[in-house]
Write a protein that binds this ligand. Structure first.
Ligand SMILES: CC(C)(COP(=O)(O)OP(=O)(O)OC[C@H]1O[C@@H](n2cnc3c(N)ncnc32)[C@H](O)[C@@H]1OP(=O)(O)O)[C@@H](O)C(=O)NCCC(=O)NCCS
Length: 211
């Protein structure tokens, strides 16, 4: 494997379900490192990520470093995937509960959860962060989606002071639920969302499902 070089611009490639399953260890290594999760987390997540590849509307995009030899597929330095949200999904039910508890009425809940793409994972290897790769992955993933909204959850951090928060705010994501604890995880999360499509780069619109 070539070293991760922050001066090389990664290429974006859409992965089929089969390709992600084959490169699962590589993708999960990025996830564990970027999120600073303990080693071993990848073994718990692999079955879930694999199951997600079967969900309707699933799409994945990877950022890979161009392969010097030109023969291999290049080292993966970023991964993003998501799928169409649906009422029988755990995450959907959790967000519905969170919206309900925070005072949203049924009309509002239906408006947001009735037609959305769930941005499930977005991670860039530490050494490759800060070069807008995260933004590029997110844009590619959301290109030409049929859904009217995109939703995601991200851990709450003081003053929204990390790259994930800055990226989402910059791209016009606004609050759907704040300080929400998903069942089985003590950490507070924010659920953020916005209308689709995303405006072209440099002309971000700020429409969101919470407005
Ligand atoms: C969140 C994450 C995917 C973003 O990926 P990234 O490639 O680092 O992020 P971006 O594409 O937004 O790049 C951000 C940097 O681009 C630069 N940038 C952004 N907009 C810019 C602009 N208009 N002009 C010039 N530079 C710009 C900035 O340096 C910015 O860094 P900063 O926000 O720290 O100031 C990545 O940081 C990551 O994996 N983080 C850890 C895991 C995580 O939190 N995942 C999300 C969980 S929900």
């Amino acid at each position: 494997m070539s070293p991760v070089g922050i001066n090389t611009t990664p290429l974006l490639v859409e992965l089929s379900a089969q390709e992600l399953r084959r490169r699962m260890a590589e993708a999960l290594a990025i996830y564990v490192e970027a999120m600073d999760y303990p080693k071993g987390t990848e073994f718990h997540r692999a079955p879930m990520w694999t199951e997600h590849t079967h969900r309707p509307g699933w799409r994945a995009v990877a950022a890979v470093l161009p392969d010097d030899a030109g023969s291999g597929e290049g080292t993966m330095v970023g991964i993003a995937y998501g799928y169409r949200g649906a009422p029988h999904q755990w995450w959907h039910q959790q967000v519905r509960e969170g919206m309900h508890r925070s005072g949203a009425d049924e009309r509002r809940i239906h408006e947001v959860l009735g037609d959305y793409f769930e941005l499930t994972e977005l991670h860039v290897a530490r050494a490759a962060q800060g070069h807008r790769t995260g933004e590029a992955l997110l844009r590619r993933l959301l290109e030409d989606r049929p859904e009217g909204h995109v939703l995601l959850s991200t851990p709450e951090v003081d003053d929204e002071d990390n790259r994930a928060w800055r990226l989402y705010r910059r791209l016009g994501f606004t609050d759907v639920v704040r300080h929400f604890t998903f069942t089985g995880d003590n950490r507070p999360f924010a659920v953020l969302g916005r209308l689709l499509p995303l405006a072209a780069e440099g002309t971000e619109n700020t429409h969101s499902p919470s407005r």
